[in-house]
Design a protein around this ligand. Structure first.
Ligand SMILES: [Zn+2]
Ligand SMILES: [Zn+2]
Length: 309
């Protein structure tokens, strides 16, 4: 895997690239706007030039990702929110294309009362609209797998396959981003060899490995199958190091950009560099000891909360 982190854009989008360089990232994710607001910033030519120049000067430069707004719900029942969501995803795609960002990662949506099938239909329809508007743009849309909190869709790989299928011919351009925390919380046990191989076997069968454009590497505060979107720092959560050891040593994923999303603890900003060194150190290392067995997860009856990443 090619490792990096979600970097802050405080002080300008181009600042994130300087931070990525300091943290020894070889991939990077940013927000191109305030992620919890609908307002769409118009990028000026100067901002675009500054970002592209910084990227050209980034030692070890690799793939760049943006994470779309958390407000987007491509299967919203409310017509106004649905329209805003489609517009916001298109605007994100257009901004990223202007900046030269490779991948736009987004959460597909929550069907609320609509039901799974109708929700998947609507997500497919939304994606077809955004993709046909974005014809010719090089930035690629990537559906992120979800933890399955509330009525969120995309915790199962077959649901992601259905979204792509229902986007019609334009769906060929869609990619997928796998978040390890979301996968674990959704019940995919990446700790054991059997669980890990089952997950990627299903991925290959349902989606095809070439759909995997990027990953989010996060540990989990939530237990296996608890369906909660709660990230932890690598090695500090319920997943232990085994899943990350498997990922780092998986030849199928050697070229996949993978970013840590949780900001580092230390204010001196050495946190990411340390976490990345820890991940890279798993390459070729002996298998880490398995974590103690967990009690069976409780039924997923957590309070509804907007998914954060
Ligand atoms: Zn994520
Ligand atoms: Zn996310």
């Amino acid at each position: 895997m090619i490792f990096g982190a979600h970097e802050s854009v405080a002080g300008g989008l181009h600042r994130a690239i300087a931070l990525a360089g300091e943290d020894r990232c070889e991939a990077m994710q940013i927000f191109t706007k305030v992620s919890g607001q609908w307002r769409e910033p118009a990028l000026g030519a100067e901002q675009i030039a500054a970002f592209r120049a910084a990227r050209a000067g980034w030692a070890g430069a690799g793939r760049t990702l943006s994470h779309a707004s958390y407000l987007i719900n491509l299967c919203a029942d409310d017509a106004a929110i649905l329209e805003r969501s489609r517009e916001a995803l298109f605007q994100e795609l257009a901004r990223c294309d202007a900046l030269g960002i490779d991948f736009v990662v987004f959460h597909p949506g929550a069907h609320v009362g609509l039901g799974e099938e109708a929700g998947l239909d609507r997500i497919g329809e939304s994606l077809a609209i955004v993709l046909s508007r974005g014809k010719g743009l090089r930035a690629q849309l990537c559906i992120e797998n979800m933890a399955g909190q509330g009525s969120t869709l995309g915790d199962r790989l077959d649901q992601i396959a259905a979204m792509i299928d229902r986007a019609g011919p334009e769906g060929a351009r869609l990619g997928v981003c796998i978040d390890t925390q979301h996968a674990f919380a959704a019940g995919h046990d990446l700790r054991s060899e059997a669980g890990y191989e089952r997950f990627w076997g299903d991925f290959g069968r349902l989606l095809g490995m070439d759909r995997l454009r990027c990953m989010h590497v996060n540990d989990s505060k939530a237990a296996l199958g608890q369906r909660l979107d709660r990230h932890a720092r690598i090695g500090d959560g319920e997943m232990g190091l085994a899943p990350f050891w498997r990922l780092v040593n998986d030849a199928r994923l050697a070229r996949v950009p993978a970013v840590i999303e949780l900001p580092p603890l230390s204010k001196e900003r050495r946190g990411y560099a340390e976490e990345l060194a820890r991940l890279r150190g798993l390459s070729g290392a002996a298998e880490p000891p398995a974590p103690p067995p967990q009690p069976a997860p409780e039924a997923p009856r957590a309070p509804r909360r907007r998914s954060r990443a």
